[in-house]
Design a protein around this ligand. Structure first.
Ligand SMILES: Nc1ncnc2c1ncn2[C@@H]1O[C@H](COP(=O)(O)OP(=O)(O)OP(=O)(O)O)[C@@H](O)[C@H]1O
Ligand SMILES: [Mg+2]
Length: 467
């Protein structure tokens, strides 16, 4: 201890222990006397400034650092903290300096310089990466806007337009939505368009309940905390619900959601918060759910394979999309749009469509709906690419389409612009739709259609819709 008491760092006899301590510090330390003559210079300072101890000792600090803070703090008798400084290009320090007093008398000043070059370089890289990310996110959002807006959902069929209108009308609210329809009719397209139109700041996060094994679905949805179970990631994992905060969670194929998971989802919807597996901490989860299914959920509720409470929570708004065979009047429009799109994508002149091909398209049953139609058209466009043809004729059609022509249960329409046909189809579609939404309750359906019950019976028979 006596070394400390006798020590006078400005004298010849500098305590060896103190010297060793100061040399082991990573910050550059410089001590000057009241005349700004350098009296102490540690190892870190030698390394940082590439100036040897013996060269700088007993020299005026300004000889080496014209802008040094030390003369200033001695003159002003004031300390400075964390001053950012770049003594030479590509080299960055943070400096703190303060006056030194002994027995109340000013005897000099001390400065501590921390080398933050690596830190600054890393943060510059981070800023650069962040700005690149912002540019990419912006570009992706433009692409998504172009691809997923309502303007990209094609169709003029009356029932279909009503579905679009309903989807648009509710998009800005926070109401949960259930989209029901056959496979390939545009459920995901609608869900994305609703999210985009909603203006919600968060992400659109899809999860396909049928594609994830039951044991994994909880961790996919809720995520888990660090070390929650063996095999879990060390850092923990964010779940889809958390990811969809302030955005939209798209629960695709909701009919496949395991029964055990359903009350957990319901709780999130009711409380607006969740916890990761293995964690106690509640996390805010302000999500809007859009669920989709090609199953009859109300029937599943009756059978006990879907929870009633969750069903009622999800079905505030039900959007039912008609299958393509019930909106045949849209087929020419869809065919022309897809032919155009694929010709552009594959870089060929836009092809015409032979009338007999359009006829086959209109009369095909389209079990796979618009997805099937799109795939058929892509295939045709690819086939015609090296064929030097301007028109798609029936030789390019897949066999199943030509085969179907004869066994098609739907009457062939001679002329799709025939007003009688159009009115007839519209009537048929309106009846199908009302019967579906009233779950085949005929007196309710007749009331909604504003026709006598007897007329409804007659029309059901006429359109071959009796069950
Ligand atoms: N009205 C439409 N206009 C343009 N493209 C459409 C339309 N409806 C569907 N599509 C296209 O058809 C394909 C199938 O649509 P989507 O994936 O939304 O159907 P889905 O109902 O979710 O099917 P699944 O039940 O099999 O998941 C997509 O490529 C989509 O872009
Ligand atoms: Mg889908």
């Amino acid at each position: 201890m006596s070394d400390y008491n006798e020590m006078n760092i400005f004298g010849e006899k500098c305590g060896e222990l103190l010297k060793a301590i100061l040399d082991s510090i990573n910050d550059a330390i410089c001590v000057v006397d009241e005349n700004c003559i350098t009296r102490y210079w540690n190892k870190a300072a030698e390394k940082l400034y590439q100036i040897e101890h013996d060269n700088i000792i007993n020299k005026h600090i300004k000889e080496f650092f014209p802008n040094s803070l030390l003369p200033k703090i001695i003159k002003e008798r004031k300390a400075y903290d964390n001053i950012y400084n770049s003594p030479k290009e590509g080299c960055y320090n943070v400096i703190s300096a303060s006056p030194l007093y002994m027995n109340g008398r000013l005897v000099g000043g001390i400065s501590l310089d921390r080398d933050v070059t690596e830190f600054i370089k890393t943060s510059e890289l981070l800023v650069k990466a962040q700005s690149n990310l912002n540019v990419l996110e912006h570009e992706i959002s433009i692409i998504n806007k172009n691809r997923y807006s309502f303007s990209q959902i094609f169709g003029n069929n009356k029932v279909f337009r009503d579905s679009i209108r309903l989807a648009r009308d509710i998009s800005k609210s926070n109401i949960n939505v259930l989209i029901t329809s056959e496979s390939g009719t545009g459920k995901e397209l609608f869900a994305r368009a609703i999210h985009l139109e909603s203006g919600r700041e968060g992400y659109f996060v899809p999860i396909n309940c049928s594609a994830i094994p039951n044991e994994l679905i909880e961790s996919e949805l809720f995520g888990y905390s660090a070390g929650a179970f063996t095999g879990a990631l060390k850092s923990g994992k964010i779940g889809k619900i958390e990811l969809a905060h302030n955005g939209t969670l798209f629960l695709d194929e909701i009919g496949e959601m395991p029964l055990g998971m359903q009350p957990k989802i319901l709780r999130v919807l009711e409380n607006g918060e969740m916890t990761r597996i293995g964690s106690e901490k509640t996390i805010k989860a302000s999500i809007r759910v859009i669920a989709a299914t090609n199953k009859d959920l109300s029937k599943m509720v009756d059978e006990g394979s879907f929870r009633k409470d969750l069903y009622y929570r999800l079905n505030s708004v039900v959007i039912n999309l008609p299958p393509l065979r019930e909106r045949k009047d849209d087929i020419p429009l869809l065919v022309n749009r897809f032919v155009e799109d694929y010709c552009m994508e594959y870089g060929i002149n836009i092809l015409g469509i032979a009338p007999e091909v359009m006829d086959i398209f209109i009369n095909h049953n389209w079990e796979g709906n618009i997805r099937e139609l799109k795939n058929v058209i892509e295939r045709i466009v690819v086939l015609t690419k090296n064929n030097n043809t301007d028109v798609i004729d029936s030789s390019f059609l897949p066999k199943n389409l030509i085969g179907n022509k004869k066994i098609n249960p739907y009457p062939k329409q001679e002329n799709i612009f025939d007003l009688n046909n159009i009115l007839n189809n519209a009537e048929r579609e309106a009846i199908i739709n009302v019967m579906r939404s009233t779950r085949n309750n005929k007196s309710h359906a007749a009331k909604l259609l504003n026709i006598p019950r007897s007329t409804l019976y007659f029309k059901l028979k006429k359109h071959n819709l009796e069950k």
